[in-house]
Design a protein around this ligand. Structure first.
Ligand code: KIV
Ligand code: NA
Length: 268
């Protein structure tokens, strides 16, 4: 039984074998992914891929805690990181600490992640100094989509490049143990990875990063549409659809349940 990964062991992986991360939202899936991963992220993507919300903006701290508890029951060796959702950390370092403390104490997870704009360096430091390991998330920040107008890769202009670099530097100087870089040009991901002291975990951010993460249902082929940066390793949508079709046919033709699936109890 390998010991569980920690924020410190993930930080120490900078520049080594790439850090393997996937998202998880429930106990059985976490248990299936856990042996193969270093880090399981309870992402606020659960708003969209589990709850059918139009964006991550409607996700609550209660939802994150509920799914965080479930993932902790399934994961033994991966570091479990829980996203702080929109509206629970941006107002002040104190607000962020109150939310993070609830997440860590109620779920048992080992760290939180925040979508850290350039303003958030102070929050990262405040949390880190008070016992909360923080994973940052820079570049394309889905919680900011109402302001930025959507989900577009960053690094098209010098100004955009400088803005993302400022986010990354702020998080690194604040003491983040790792940072997700989402949706950026390869040259920018390479530059951030070279400049910051913590491992960079890319999603749509090239092979230059110190690790990779994907949203698990995207990677499993649960949806017809996925962003350009997703590679599908399974066809869950096809498999589940075919299983449901076969079951429906068996029920309607009375081929299910059969002999072996039927109780014939001996009467005492
Ligand atoms: O919510 C999420 O799943 C994430 C990953 C895409 C990094 O933040
Ligand atoms: Na997220």
């Amino acid at each position: 039984n390998a010991p569980r990964q920690t924020a410190a062991s993930i930080r120490a992986a900078k520049g080594g074998t790439p850090v393997v991360c996937l998202t998880a939202y429930d106990a059985p899936t976490a248990a299936m992914l856990d042996p193969h991963c270093d880090l399981l992220l309870v992402g606020d993507s659960l708003g969209m891929v589990v709850h059918g919300l139009p964006s991550t903006v409607g996700v609550t701290l209660e939802m994150m805690i509920l799914h965080g508890k479930a993932v902790m029951r399934g994961a033994e060796r991966s570091l479990v990181v829980v996203d702080l959702p929109f509206g629970t950390y941006e107002a002040s370092p104190e607000q962020a600490f109150a939310s993070a403390a609830r997440v860590l104490s109620e779920t048992g997870a080992g760290a939180v992640k925040i979508e850290s704009g350039a303003y958030a360096g102070e929050t990262v430091r405040y949390l880190s100094e008070r016992g909360v390991p923080v994973m940052a998330h820079v570049g394309l920040r889905p919680q900011a989509s109402l302001v930025t107008g959507g989900f577009k890769a960053k690094g098209r202009s010098e100004a955009e490049t400088e803005a993302v670099l400022a986010e990354a530097r702020a998080a690194d100087e604040g003491g983040a143990f790792a940072m997700v870089i989402e949706g950026v040009d390869e040259a920018l991901a390479e530059r951030i990875t070279r400049e910051v002291s913590c491992p960079t975990i890319g999603i749509g951010a090239s092979a230059a990063c110190d690790g990779q993460v994907l949203v698990t249902p995207d990677m499993l082929g649960a949806f017809d549409w996925t962003p350009k940066f997703v590679r599908r390793y399974a066809n869950l949508r096809g498999e589940i659809g075919e299983a449901a079709r076969a079951y429906a046919e068996d029920v309607r033709t009375r081929r299910f349940p059969g002999e072996g699936e039927t109780y014939r109890l001996r009467k005492d």
